[in-house]
Design a protein. Structure first.
Length: 213
């Protein structure tokens, strides 16, 4: 299992918990000091075991963690975290400006109805964008994911979200992870029933902590 864990953690490091990355069996084998044949065999084994999703591409292979793969990486992270430092469930991030896309997407009524039903609030039209350390995102794995389904209207497709209830200071919020995003792996989006910047007096450059519930 140790060699498979090395591959899982490499995928998590390169792709994040919910993303994917493109590589080659040669490059992955070199990075993990093994042969291409062994790496190919292990990737097939991991796919059959439900640890990764694997898709052939023109340049090699695209890899993504499955739910089971994320659970294993998270468990390993938590065990190491308990050894090296006191466990901290909060995810710290620096407030940054967005590109205003969140206002348009969050305001869609099809999303808002689901937010009200599943999160308990209709969201302020916009997101609070935080620049975070992607290594902290495994803290979400053992939390309850809340699925916000995508939809289509007027010839346009709106993707789904995975949300996690959380608190920022004393305000209830939700961490929102879109299925598709133009943001990098180090950007975390937060939605809330209120304008967080105005209500909490926070500005770009401030560091805040979001605590998953």
């Amino acid at each position: 299992m140790d060699d498979l864990l090395s591959i899982l953690t490499t995928v998590a490091k390169e792709a994040g918990l919910f993303g994917s990355f493109e590589t080659s069996t040669i490059g992955l084998a070199k990075a993990l000091d093994t042969s291409q044949q062994t790496m190919s065999r292990k990737l097939i084994q991991m796919e059959k075991s439900g640890l990764i999703e694997r898709r052939a591409t023109g340049r090699g292979v695209e890899l993504r963690l499955t739910t089971r793969g994320r659970e294993i990486v998270s468990k390993w992270y938590q065990e190491l975290d308990a050894v090296f430092r006191k466990r901290d469930q909060g995810i710290s991030g620096t407030v940054i400006s967005g590109v205003q896309e969140g206002n348009y997407y969050v305001s869609q009524e099809e999303y808002q109805r689901q937010f009200a039903e599943k999160l308990g609030f209709r969201a302020f039209p916009g997101t609070l964008n935080l620049k975070v350390n992607p290594d902290e995102l495994p803290k979400l794995t053992n939390k309850n994911p809340i699925r916000i389904e995508g939809f289509s209207k007027e010839g346009r497709t709106f993707g789904g979200l995975t949300c996690y209830k959380a608190k920022l200071k004393f305000q209830r919020v939700a961490i929102a992870i879109p299925d598709r995003t133009t943001h990098g792996k180090d950007i975390m989006e937060v939605i809330s029933p209120i304008n967080l910047k105005e209500a909490l007096g926070i500005k770009d450059g401030y560091e805040v902590k979001v605590v998953p519930l």
